[in-house]
Design a protein around this ligand. Structure first.
Ligand SMILES: [Zn+2]
Ligand SMILES: [Zn+2]
Length: 569
């Protein structure tokens, strides 16, 4: 069992203990242990009881629970609590913004046992009348339930891609499948997948359906299926699966039609003919040939949204999309100085090993007390260590950055002389995420105006499928970044992917550069770069407009020019 599964189970156990009014000290003990373990670079499942007990925050009891979880997949205490709790209540425990204490009141006082019942009670105003709730909490509950409903059974891209690849591999191994490939929103690299759409070529649909029916990992939804589409689920994943069956001779045509958005395939391109029309004129042996037949440039799948790409493909002026090899450094990363898992040295050495020229370290700033943010003395200490490492690792270079919290009024949380000691500054919002659009935008605009701000971090704070971002006026924010020479981050964490790709092209048109930042909190986090890259490409991002596609010397120059601006401000 991996660490994250063990931690998930521990969290559930702590929530259930709270729900069932167990000893407060015991609950605090668990919460503290989870907080500590989350930051540790250890393999819990491989540790002995004595080793577990020696970990910070882990006593005898918790160590035994961890071992039980690692060995059996559950624990007796957890099983007992689960048996004493309705399933619907367990599900409500992971709802954002409402803790186990309140869930307990809802359960015991209103007899609520499911999300559905809770929604009814909230909509009829019963929840607001409970002691300690009120209108605001009731509204929070309604919004959280609606968000949860709207996102049920969806996956973010990184997870969906893994399952889809597994599914395609499985299909390609079947007797009656000639070829299978990913299409739909997943092939267009959309940030969230609602279903997995797979195109399957077969010369015998009946035999294929029979073969699918006999396979254990597949479960068909017969009523939702048709003669040319098989709908159902794949294994334990709850995401819907659509297998679109086609004759092998029509594979390329169907691949094109099932990949592009409706707009992309139906916009008239030449002589009133759309891509769809052209696809039906004959049997093409590649998608490239269909574009070619319309006298337009080939459009990469991720661009096929029907926005700017058709016009530009016609005039042969599509952007040359940024590629992994273009990226020369990794900015915005954390170390053990704040809430990262690996030391500054480990983060630097691994970055160098991956072939990058530089690393930007951006630990949390002093207001981020929850993340062990750096006060002024620890900033100085870190800078000393960076100077030493830079001597040792040259020509590789660590740039001194910080992820400075944007406070409620839009100011950054260090005095100017401290801000001036960094090479660059990522300014991000981490607190009071419930501002309205006008205030949230105003707050960002002020942070952008700050002459020390180099990069605006994760602009909306959204966590895909978990919580909506705070609402902002994207246009105003991007325009302001253009005016003040501030770069916008594409946070590459699969849960964020923020700046949203829908705003990438507008930012580029205003001359705003973007930085693909993994926001890594451990060495493995660097591998999230690929998702940020996809989202950038989806918006039309080129190497020229990517901050971290700059060489070490060029970015050093960019940082110092930005700092000169401060002197002239
Ligand atoms: Zn952040
Ligand atoms: Zn960060």
């Amino acid at each position: 069992m991996d660490n994250s599964t063990i931690l998930k189970q521990l969290k559930l156990l702590a929530s259930l203990m709270e729900l069932h009014d167990e000893n407060t000290f015991k609950i605090r003990g668990y919460q503290n242990a989870i907080f500590q373990l989350d930051k540790m670079d250890v393999n819990l499942a491989a540790m002995s009881l004595a080793e577990l007990e020696s970990l910070q925050g882990v006593g005898k009891g918790i160590a035994a629970t961890i071992q039980e979880l690692a060995q059996t997949g559950t624990s007796e205490a957890l099983q007992n609590l689960l048996e004493a709790t309705p399933e619907g209540i367990v599900e409500l425990l992971d709802m954002k913004g409402i803790g186990p204490k309140k869930i307990k009141v809802l359960w015991k006082e209103l007899g609520i046992e499911s999300g559905h019942e809770l929604k009814e009670a909230a909509n009829s105003g019963l929840v607001a009348k409970l002691k300690g709730f009120g209108e605001k909490t009731q509204q929070t509950i309604i919004e959280a339930l609606e968000f949860k409903e709207a996102n049920a059974n969806k996956l973010h891209y990184a997870d969906a891609e893994v399952i889809a690849n597994e599914l395609v591999e499985h299909l390609n191994g079947m007797k009656n499948v000639e070829k299978a490939t990913i299409t739909g929103g997943l092939r267009r690299k959309l940030e969230v997948a609602e279903s997995l759409e797979i195109l399957v070529a077969s010369s015998d649909f009946n035999a294929l359906e029979e073969e699918l029916g006999a396979l254990e990992p597949f479960e068909q939804l017969v009523e939702e299926s048709g003669p040319l589409v098989w709908r159902g689920t794949f294994k334990k994943h709850r995401i819907p699966v659509e297998l679109m069956l086609c004759d092998p001779a029509h594979f390329v045509r169907e691949q094109l039609l099932k990949t592009g958005s409706q707009r992309h395939i139906s916009i008239p391109v030449a002589n009133d003919m759309s891509l769809r029309d052209m696809a039906y004129t004959g049997n093409f042996d590649s998608e490239e040939k269909i574009y070619e037949a319309l006298n337009m440039a080939y459009v990469a799948p991720e661009l096929r949204e029907g926005t700017f790409e058709i016009e530009r493909a016609k005039s042969n002026s599509l952007p040359r999309l940024v590629e992994m090899e273009d990226l020369k450094g990794i900015l915005h990363n954390h170390s053990t100085y704040s809430d990262g898992k690996h030391s500054l040295r480990q983060m630097a050495e691994y970055c160098k090993e991956l072939g990058y020229e530089y690393l930007g370290i951006c630990d949390h700033s002093k207001s981020a007390f929850y993340a062990n943010g750096l006060n002024e003395e620890r900033v100085a200490l870190q800078h000393q260590e960076i100077d030493e490492l830079n001597k040792e690792l040259a020509p590789f270079k660590i740039f001194k950055g910080i992820e400075s919290d944007i406070l409620n009024d839009g100011s950054l949380d260090y005095a100017d002389d401290v801000l001036a000691s960094f090479d660059f500054i990522v300014a991000s919002v981490h607190s009071v995420l419930n501002m309205n659009k006008q205030r949230a935008t105003q707050r960002l605009l002020r942070a952008i105006e700050n002459p020390y701000t180099t990069i605006l971090g994760h602009p909306t704070g959204r966590l895909l499928l978990r919580r909506a971002g705070y609402p902002i006026d994207h246009k105003a924010v991007i325009d302001h970044c253009a005016k003040h020479n501030v770069v916008i981050e594409i946070n590459a964490n699969p849960w964020r992917l923020d700046l949203d790709w829908r705003w990438v092209n507008y930012a580029l048109e205003q001359g705003v550069k973007l930085a693909i930042n993994p926001d890594a909190h451990a060495m493995e986090g660097y591998h999230h770069m690929q998702y940020g890259l996809l989202i950038g490409r989806k918006g039309g991002l080129t190497a020229e407009m990517t901050l971290n596609a700059m060489s070490r010397d060029a970015i050093e120059k960019h940082f110092s020019e930005k700092k000169e601006q401060v002197a002239n401000a």
